[in-house]
Design a protein around this ligand. Structure first.
Ligand SMILES: O=C(O)CCC(=O)C(=O)O
Ligand SMILES: [Fe+2]
Length: 342
């Protein structure tokens, strides 16, 4: 359920401190998610250590710099795990000959510190470290899901603040993915055209919530809100000497689950014109949090949604006796994107 957020031209995505699990933080998060679908979360207010973010970016660089033949051994498969390069479906065919605009490495859930997919040679020694970072991202998502549940005023007798997190408890397989992204610089002689050289095509994310880690001075993300609006790495009011805040956005599944109340906002990546004159490669990292595959997307028992929600998404499906699971929701979204058979 991708929508265009009602973000006024001049509005800023709010920056929220999530160190407290309390009603005021919860209300701020839900407000931002219902208005913009995007929220900045102060990194220092989370369980994630900036040294780990930086080390992850070092590992990412190391992997993407490794020989193509090695990366190809971990090529992405239908389970959405592995390395993909130049996602051609996101690019205008007239630009195909330019080569790679973007490559990515997706890690699914680890089990006891072990990847459940071919491990790239360049990262083999860091498998348990990557698994630990995956866990930290998941734990932050659990905290955010608790805050969302509080802000939505989920009925206490139905599970209250733990209603979403109980459905993201890692008791079974899930679609959660940790993704490393690399956008190589386009050489100036390639005739860079900012409006055409889209590095990641317009899309919305599939899962519950996404954490996006951006690097200082590596802008490029834009969100669709009455036209394309650039998203800064350091928003106004956050000193550039501080770690960039984590950008959190709502995915299609959580939007579907809440009848569209929380917005899954369309976004894309361009490399700003200033980068055209010999800029640097852009690296980013995303953690896509999904419920366990078996979670049934029934209407959220929320006082706020009963009051303000629309009979859409999970609310409509339930009324028709067609509630789907998280796995079915994801399968539908992947099939729509990659043309894989349902
Ligand atoms: O690289 C970015 O900044 C955004 C990536 C993204 O939106 C995605 O992978 O879903
Ligand atoms: Fe995205």
């Amino acid at each position: 359920m991708a929508t265009e957020a009602a973000l006024p031209q001049t509005a800023q995505i709010p920056v929220i401190n999530v160190s407290q699990i309390d009603a005021s933080t919860a209300d701020k998060l839900v407000d931002a998610a219902a208005t913009f679908g995007f929220i900045f979360v102060e990194l220092e207010s989370t369980n994630i250590d900036y040294n780990d973010v930086q080390r992850m970016f070092e590992l990412s660089k190391k992997f993407f710099a490794s020989p193509r033949s090695e990366k190809a051994k971990c090529a992405i498969t239908e389970n959405n795990k592995g390395w993909s390069s130049m996602l051609s479906e996101t690019l205008d065919p007239e630009h195909q000959s330019r080569g790679d605009f973007k490559e990515a490495l997706n890690f699914g859930e680890f089990a006891d510190g072990k990847a459940q997919q071919p491990m790239p040679e360049a990262l083999a020694a860091d498998e348990s470290y990557l698994s630990g970072f995956f866990d930290s991202c998941h734990n932050l998502c659990v905290r955010l899901l608790q805050l969302f549940a509080m802000g939505l005023k989920i009925d206490e007798d139905a599970g209250g603040k733990d209603w979403f997190s109980a459905r993201h408890d890692r008791s079974g397989p899930s679609g959660s993915i940790l993704r490393l992204l690399h956008y190589p610089v386009i050489p100036p002689e390639a005739g860079y055209v900012p409006e055409k050289d889209i590095r990641a095509g317009a899309h919305s994310d599939y899962g519950s919530i996404t954490l996006l880690f951006q690097r200082p001075a590596q802008e490029g993300l834009e969100i669709l809100s009455k036209g394309w609006q650039p998203v800064p790495v350091h928003p106004e009011g956050v000193d550039t000497t501080r770690p960039p805040p984590i950008l959190v956005n709502i995915g299609d599944l959580l939007s579907y689950w809440t009848g569209g109340y929380l917005k899954s906002t369309v976004h894309r990546v361009v490399v700003p014109p200033s980068a055209s004159a010999g800029g640097e490669d852009r690296y980013s990292m995303a953690f896509f949090c999904h419920p366990v595959d078996t979670a049934l997307l029934v209407p959220v028992p929320s006082a706020l949604l009963r009051e303000r929600g629309k009979k859409r998404g999970a609310m409509e499906a339930e009324a028709e006796g067609k509630a789907i699971t998280a796995a079915e929701h994801l399968k539908g979204r992947l099939a729509a994107t990659y043309g894989w058979k349902k």
